[in-house]
Design a protein around this ligand. Sequence first.
Ligand SMILES: C[S@@+](CC[C@H](N)C(=O)[O-])C[C@H]1O[C@@H](n2cnc3c(N)ncnc32)[C@H](O)[C@@H]1O
Length: 309
Amino acid sequence: MAAAVVRAVRVLRGDEWRTAAAPALDADMLIEGDCAEVMRRLPDGGFDLVYADPPFNTGRDVVARTQRVRADPDGERAGFGGRRYRAETVAIRRYGDRHDDYPGFLDARIRRTRELLAPWGTLYLHLDQREAHRAKLMLDGLFGPECFLNEIIWAYDFGGRATRRWPAKHDTILVYVRDPERYHFDTAAVEREPYMAPGLAGPEKAARGKLPTDVWWHTIVPTRGAERTGYPTQKPEGVLRRIVAASSRPGGVCLDPFCGSGTLGVVARRLGRRFVLIDENPEAVAVSAARIARVEDTDAPPPHAPVAT
Ligand SMILES: C[S@@+](CC[C@H](N)C(=O)[O-])C[C@H]1O[C@@H](n2cnc3c(N)ncnc32)[C@H](O)[C@@H]1O
């Protein structure tokens, strides 16, 4: 096994990206700024994969509170054996999600991602039921309908239940390729999953598991799970792992223009890919930098190894 290495990440804060030399993609990067502007400086055709998880147009600030619970005889929470506890909010993290013209916001940023993709590259655009239908029409216009690969449904089962409609418990991830004749897609690199009815599949197939379909059942990031950062709308590493494993080459470069807590960077690093992450929120950059610094790329192949296509 290769020795554990922690590769440095080049972090550009404030306006540094405006004055720094144009990024050469020879280092992992984390850039604070509006992705519409930053992406103009990135090299055309440089990326295997763009994973974009923009605000969903909820019309409000998206907020997450991190709480710590400590023993306190006067606390408001009752526990086992009559003990009492008090919950304290130790961090509030937020980003704005109000848009006068959401389609215009999205178009101005996603348009550029197509030019950034290599001929074998793929865009994953992560949205929910509010905007997915409009975005699909937009992407058909930008890429061409022939470049549409999948509509992935990420289904989870968590949180409150609406009673006046079916509770919305899925996100939609639209997948478009730069070139339908040349795109990279490696199903052998994807972790297989258990059959729903293993008895029907037979013992050999059941042991091997099946390839995931376009419907992905996966929990959200658990409230007390190790991967939780407290950044709002953080996506699970398991969902990103499938995307990175299938649609980028070892050593290839992945881009996340709305990186939030840096999930794409963590997964890319673990799988031996390079990355560029962008977010306009300084807090997102701070959370991502701290999170990625803890990831060792133990089994990473040589950086940016060129792969023939
Ligand atoms: C849904 S969150 C991303 C969550 C991320 N995938 C994760 O796993 O943590 C959307 C992010 O987009 C950022 N954002 C919003 N507008 C932006 C813009 N114009 N340029 C860059 N980042 C932006 C927000 O600050 C927020 O962190």
